[in-house]
Design a binder for this molecule. Structure first.
Ligand SMILES: Cc1ncc(COP(=O)(O)O)c(C=O)c1O
Length: 366
């Protein structure tokens, strides 16, 4: 679906619009599925919300004449307990993308640089631009990984933050704990390092980084997490960051009051309470991911093991053709110029997906 918002134009605008805002591309939302097809374009989980989460939202409906608790203190306390940190080490916001925006607002002024790998999460350029800062994009290696040496080289006097995405959206690769430790040891100590772990609950690789283990020893490192993915609350918008209390205070000061609604707060608490039920769902998705990857490897794909709830198809110059084939099989995926990201979704989506990829790979071999 096309974004209904009109692209603002500096020339025809009735007021002076910042040129970088006028030229910023609107966020491309994943398209809805065709009838009988599957929407595998937004890395959402395919399961319906848990009844306890729905009940929490219904309960909250009774008090919507009142403002929510601006500090979301109960939720912060629960997240702090979950992550074994103090309450003042957690800041929450309406989705981790908003929390990231607050992080950048806290450290960067126009002209400052934010370094991140590319291709990575599509929200990064927008968040940087909205803050008036400058993106410094460092190409991934050929096997879809962060090029950490090149990222270190890209740090200048103007760098205020580095974003590390693990697992990386869209390639699914993880950074190891040692990779990140080495990076942090070599980077300037006053540069904020954000380890974006939106998909951490899907990770099964033992050497993958866990940002919580890094922040304990490094005050300039934070880990960014979300309840949109594993917790299935994408439509409600809850994300958070864990880090040093002074950084967290700055993140909180960079947000607006009342950004989380009462319904969101209550649903998030209910989802955290349901972690065991959610874990079963996570295991199902991880086994579907493994099934899809095994199928792709059998078909001759060179896939790098994904640790997220998605797989990456390196279709290169055949991408357009590949996207058409996927659509013909009822699969709506996220199409990039150099490849296609497919979310691990409904059980019934696996067969049409693998039929499509079998057809695609035949063309790639020619
Ligand atoms: C790597 C990464 N970070 C952050 C986000 C933002 O998630 P949310 O704002 O829903 O918490 C996403 C969403 O797809 C993502 O892929």
């Amino acid at each position: 679906m096309d974004d209904p918002r009109q692209q603002p134009s500096v020339e025809t605008a009735p007021v002076k619009i910042r040129p970088e805002i006028a030229s910023a591309a609107a966020y491309r939302q994943g398209r809805p599925a065709p009838a009988g097809g599957f929407k595998l374009s937004s890395n959402e989980v395919p399961f319906p919300p848990l009844p306890s989460v729905v009940a929490a939202i219904e309960g909250a409906a009774e008090s919507i004449n009142r403002y929510p608790d601006s500090s979301a203190a109960d939720l912060v306390r629960r997240l702090a307990a979950l992550n074994h940190v103090a309450d003042d080490q957690i800041a929450v916001g309406p989705g981790s993308i908003s929390v990231l925006r607050q992080l950048i607002t806290a450290v960067a002024v126009p002209g400052d640089e934010i370094v991140y790998a590319w291709r990575s999460f599509e929200g990064y350029p927008a968040v940087v631009t909205l803050n008036g800062a400058t993106s410094v994009q460092v190409p991934l290696t050929d096997d879809g990984r962060h090029d950490l040496d090149a990222m270190l080289d890209a740090i200048t006097e103007r760098t205020r933050a580095v974003l590390l995405c693990s697992p990386n959206n869209p390639t699914g690769t993880t950074l190891t704990h040692d990779d990140v430790e080495r990076f942090v040891a070599s980077a300037p100590r006053d540069v904020l390092i954000v380890v974006d772990e939106a998909y951490t609950e899907f990770v099964r690789a033992e050497d993958a980084v866990n940002g919580l283990a890094i922040i304990a020893d490094h005050r300039n490192v934070v880990t960014l997490r979300t309840l949109s993915k594993a917790y299935g609350l994408a439509g409600l918008r809850v994300g958070y960051v864990v880090g040093d209390p002074v950084v967290i205070a700055a993140v909180r000061a960079s947000g607006l009051p009342f950004e989380l609604t009462t319904a969101t707060i209550e649903a998030a608490k209910a989802a955290l309470d349901a972690r065991e039920e959610l874990d079963e769902r996570l295991d199902i998705l991880v086994s579907r991911r493994n099934q899809i990857e095994a199928g792709l490897i059998d078909q001759g794909w060179h896939v790098h093991e994904s640790q997220g709830n998605f797989v990456w198809l390196p279709t290169g110059d055949q991408t357009e053709r590949a996207a058409e084939i996927l659509e013909r099989h009822g699969i709506i995926a996220r199409v990039f110029p150099e490849g296609i990201r497919v979310t691990v979704g409904e059980r019934q989506s696996i067969e049409p997906l693998l039929s499509a990829t079998a057809e695609i790979v035949r063309g790639l071999e020619n």
